[in-house]
Design a protein around this ligand. Sequence first.
Ligand code: HEC
Length: 126
Amino acid sequence: MRRVAIGLAIVVVVAACGSSPSTGTATTIVPGSGDVERGLVIYNGTCVACHGPGGMGVAGLGKPLTTSTFAAGLSDSELLTFLDIGRAADDPLNTTGIAMPSRGGNPSLSDADLMDVIAYLRTISG
Ligand code: HEC
């Protein structure tokens, strides 16, 4: 009888924990939810080498992003897909013959990081 009581007590404690608010780490990517300030920091850490300060572009490396009608024409989630894949040098859409690496060549960038970069890109493209 005592064992049953202890067993029940454990069940109650586990159930109480299970009902506490979820603090799971899974991230849901919500278009338009990016953080511009964080995006700038990430841009300056990964993208600036080829695309230049403020997305002005660097001749022989990365195209200007300020005037990119390609980026402007994509939704946030489409741009995320583009950044995930990049654009190979032999891609028919490639105009420079230089590859745009997947995730800007920085595989440690998460989708949420890229969403922040996208939020930043929206502020520099006119
Ligand atoms: C190693 C150099 C390099 C890095 C780093 C890089 N890119 Fe690029 N990116 C390119 C090149 C080259 C192109 C142009 C490919 C072409 O000719 O179509 C490009 C194209 C793009 C385009 C499409 C522009 C258009 O008008 O077609 C976007 C958007 C873009 N890059 C965003 C980024 C972002 C955001 C990052 C950082 C996460 C980044 N790139 C990092 C080289 C780079």
